[in-house]
Write a protein that binds this ligand. Structure first.
Ligand code: UD1
Length: 431
């Protein structure tokens, strides 16, 4: 415990969530689509952009390398691209993992790109070998100097067949962003299939790129000489969607989410139905309603690349499974160090047997309010789920992690009846 002054979330739990709320655009689609602005000198407009810290930081990074933009009212207007090139300061690159997405487009457009070591959540080793092997296959030379990656392709990039060692999401996106301007045909084999990849490919095709089969194992890209600007709406955030659905279930609530794509959350919806939540899709397939009034039972979950259960929802569903009848195992198979939330969940009263990447959760355990600290975006969201299910008042620190990835999760939960507010820092004890 140390004396600090920092803001925190105060939550009084055991309020049943009810009502409806609209979901924001996807964080993980906004980032690659913003990076795509580097590929053209014409104006572009992105809509349904979530107002989150990672988006603001990437906009700052893009300003350093030649993209002028304005962000207001959920829209980013990219007015024009100056001569692009150079590199952002290393501290900015280190602020988020997606800073590395400037590499593909800068390399393709200018023949040279450079970026300091990217940051982001500390949830595992997070190497860059998939990105770098792909750039090399397209003809680039790579060197790493003092943690900074420098890629050069003075004679331009040349299409190639690239077999990814792992279907990395940002790796696939970086290679797509490079290959659209490479000469000839590129095939990305063992590509990530996340919906955010398809969203990026749709934007690039709107700019004149020739990409087919995005969202499948093998993506084909026929390079073009130049790209125009684009108007592009981002897909709804499936992780925000999932966090809200899990929060509803943890309070035995009855909640409808509007403007979502249920097919992006199939693995979660199947698990919710399996544990006893009544899941219904609206007639237009753009709404999901969950009603968790009945008894809920344990299940096992494996976090996997899409279309498997999303690793970003692993921590939130673990919080929910502490509140259901029986023994569950949650197996994290994407990141090797994504379990920091477990000790904090135990402070609410969770009975979790450590099991490396596959902890065992024995439920239900009645929760009482606790003072806890989140250490990454989704782990902090899991602590909110726990506090919503806990009797009495909780305080959650580490809200800066939440602000990186959720536009207004506390506001959305409040609209559904949660007693939650963000309070300014008090000169007091925090965990
Ligand atoms: C993206 C998402 C993140 C999500 C993750 C997995 C963004 C901005 N972030 O992160 O929210 O949790 O996908 O769905 O979109 N790996 C390698 N070599 C590489 C790259 C990755 O071995 O070159 C490994 C990683 O260590 C990890 C696994 O691949 O074990 C998944 O990482 P990856 O798909 O690259 O995640 P990100 O794209 O960083």
């Amino acid at each position: 415990m140390s004396a600090v002054a920092e803001s925190f979330l105060r939550i009084t739990g055991l309020r049943r969530l009810t009502g409806e709320v609209t979901v924001n655009g996807a964080k993980n689609a906004a980032l690659p689509c913003l990076a795509a602005a580097l590929l053209s000198d014409e104006p572009s407009r992105l809509t349904r952009v979530p107002d989150i810290e990672d988006v603001r930081r990437l906009i700052d990074i893009l300003t350093f390398v030649g993209v002028d933009s304005e962000f207001a009212g959920g829209e980013v207007f990219i007015s024009h691209t100056r001569e692009c090139g150079g590199a952002p300061p290393d501290e900015l690159a280190a602020a988020l993992r997606a800073s590395f997405l400037i590499m593909g487009p800068l390399l393709a457009r200018t023949g040279q790109a450079s970026c300091g070591a990217p940051g982001g959540d500390v949830i595992g080793a997070r190497p860059l070998d998939v990105h770098l092997a792909g750039f090399r296959a397209l003809g680039a030379q790579i060197e790493t100097v003092g943690g900074r990656t420098i890629a050069r392709a003075p004679r331009g990039l040349c299409g190639a067949t690239i077999v990814l060692d792992y279907p990395s999401v940002l790796g696939t996106e970086n290679l797509l962003l490079a290959a659209v301007l490479a000469e000839g045909r590129t095939q990305i084999v063992n590509a990530a299939m996340e919906p955010e990849i398809t969203c990026l490919a749709d934007m690039l095709n709107g700019m004149g790129a020739r990409i087919s089969n995005a969202g499948q194992h093998t993506i084909t890209i026929d390079g073009v000489e130049r790209l125009s600007g684009a108007e592009h709406e981002l897909i709804p955030d499936r992780i925000e969607t999932g966090t809200l659905l899990i929060s509803a279930a943890a309070t035995r609530g009855d909640v409808c989410l509007r403007g979502v794509h249920p097919e992006h959350n199939e693995a979660l919806l199947a698990k919710l139905a399996e544990i006893g939540v009544d899941v219904r899709l609206g007639p237009n397939q753009l709404d999901i309603r969950v009603d968790a009034d009945a008894a809920l039972y344990a299940t096992n979950v494996q976090a996997l690349p899409f279309p498997g259960f999303a690793t970003d929802l692993q921590a939130p569903i673990t919080a929910l499974l502490t509140q259901v009848q029986g023994t569950s195992i949650v197996h994290e198979r994407v990141f090797e160090n994504r379990m920091q939330h477990l000790d904090e969940l135990r402070k609410f009263g969770a009975n979790i047997i450590a099991g490396g990447a596959a902890p065992v959760i024995i439920g239900p355990t009645p929760f009482s309010g606790a003072m806890v600290r989140g250490s990454d975006i989704r782990g902090t969201a899991a602590l909110i789920v726990a506090a919503l299910a806990a009797a009495g008042e909780s305080r959650i620190y580490g809200v800066e992690h939440l602000a990186r990835g959720y536009a207004d999760l506390p506001g959305q939960l409040r609209a559904l009846g949660a007693d939650i507010e963000q309070l300014p820092g008090l000169d007091t004890l925090s965990p």
